[in-house]
Design a binder for this molecule. Structure first.
Ligand code: ZN
Length: 429
């Protein structure tokens, strides 16, 4: 699937530090130790609605991580999926009386524009669930033949395929629970609301995840060979795309905290079932949720703030990016008018501070930005470092015959800081 044009990343003198991030599976901040190429998978959107601020926070956070890894000398192989066929998409299309394909196409196009506006580096492989169907069919067929998956008959009169749905047998997975570290009660508390079907009759364990949904009347389906016609379950889509494009035991699996369970847990156990190896990913990194005016931002509450709406109202996308970066990715935060105003103010101040030929020496500020990013993506700390440089820059040198020597200002410093902001923080002034 077509992604979007990546922004140009300017060179910055020096090299970034080894990157540390909080790994949900080990509940600790850990140093990433990629080879020459860091492999990162971030779960993409289900394209039934526009990109909201919570999405923006997720993709900006992993963009920041990708930039920190590049700065530390790694290539980054970045894969993202699009869940371009799934229950929420089909339901929204039916509600609105449009085809699910047209709805997905429109929302994916809008997402691409939002990502470009936010200066998010495009994934190397941007893969739709529909494109991934053949890999899912192969994986599920293998799991069935190995006995780690099983069929569940369709309720009478529901299906048009006689082969039944296919579920993963969690009793075959020794490491189930190793991503979220949740106990069964915690899992059961959210499973149904996060796309699970604990009440489905015929499952061996109510938590067993759906691998293949047999064709139903009025639903899209694809040829499944021995599985019969149908479509992939949500988790297996990411399992197989990640295995196809990154291979087992890649460096970072990313997404919002609402994906910790069941999505990342199930994606991982299924991958272990398919490959017989472990772990699926070396680090699981999660972006905290973003609320709106004191409430959780959610589609069910209808209180979503869309990036495209803000852009259309004239908000500079760099202000949106700065608003996101002003909050650490592991701390839940609220989107308010004040948050946006502060980001707009900061952007204007930075532009003023970076507009001269000379400024305070750039080296130590760039060093601080790098230290902050390497330390569990401390974007707010990096912003503080820039604020301080800008403040000194605006205060000006000791004399107006400046930018030569002896007054603490350096010619070209604003250009250097500007390049660092662009390359490391993705903020273009
Ligand atoms: Zn995923």
């Amino acid at each position: 699937m077509k992604s979007w044009p990546s922004p140009f990343i300017p060179a910055v003198p020096g090299t970034g530090l080894p990157v540390h991030v909080y790994d949900t599976a080990s509940a600790a901040v850990r140093q990433l130790r990629p080879g020459p190429t860091a492999r990162m998978y971030v779960c993409g959107i289900t394209p039934y609605d526009a990109t909201h601020i919570g999405h923006a926070a997720t993709y900006v956070t992993f963009d920041l991580l990708g930039r920190a890894l590049r700065d530390a000398g790694h290539e980054v192989l970045y894969v993202q999926n699009v869940t371009d066929v799934d229950e929420p998409l089909l339901q929204r299309a039916a509600r609105d009386g449009v085809s699910w394909q047209a709805l997905a196409e429109d929302e994916i196009a809008l997402f691409r524009e939002d990502m470009t506006a936010l200066a998010v580096i495009a994934p190397d492989h941007y893969i739709g669930a529909v494109e991934g169907v053949p890999s899912v069919v192969k994986a599920v067929t293998d799991l069935l033949s190995e006995g780690t998956a099983y069929r569940v008959e369709l309720p009478e009169g529901e299906g048009i395929s006689g082969a039944g749905d296919v579920y993963f047998d969690l009793s075959s997975a020794t490491d189930f629970g190793s991503v979220s570290r949740w106990d069964r009660d915690q899992m059961m508390a959210v499973y149904a609301e996060r796309g699970g079907d604990p009440e489905r009759a015929g499952k061996r364990d109510e938590l067993d995840p759906l691998l293949w949904r047999a064709a139903r009347t009025g639903e899209p389906s694809w040829p499944g060979g021995d599985l019969g016609d149908g479509r992939p379950g949500w988790h297996i889509e990411c399992t197989t795309i990640a295995l196809d494009y990154l291979g087992m035991t890649f460096d970072v699996q990313g997404g919002g905290t609402d994906l910790v369970f069941p999505h990342h847990e199930m994606s991982a156990v299924q991958a272990c079932g398919i490959t017989g190896a472990a772990p699926f990913a070396l680090a699981y990194v999660h972006q905290a949720m973003v609320g709106l005016d004191g409430e959780k931002m959610s589609k069910s509450k209808g209180n979503l703030v869309f990036v495209s709406t803000l852009r259309r109202s004239g908000v500079d996308p760099m202000a949106i990016r700065l608003a996101v970066l002003a909050h650490h990715y592991r701390t839940p935060w609220q989107w308010t008018d004040q948050v946006l105003e502060q980001a707009q103010q900061r952007l204007a101040t930075w532009r003023a501070g970076l507009s001269g030929n000379g400024g305070p020496p750039a080296g130590s500020t760039i060093e601080r930005i790098r230290e902050c990013l390497a330390n569990d993506l401390d974007a707010p700390g990096a912003l503080d470092a820039v604020d301080e440089w800008v403040l000194q820059s605006l205060q000006g040198p000791a004399s107006l015959a400046s930018t030569q020597a002896g007054d603490g200002f350096e010619l070209g410093a604003p250009g250097l800081v500007g390049r660092a902001l662009d390359a490391l923080l993705g903020v273009r002034l």
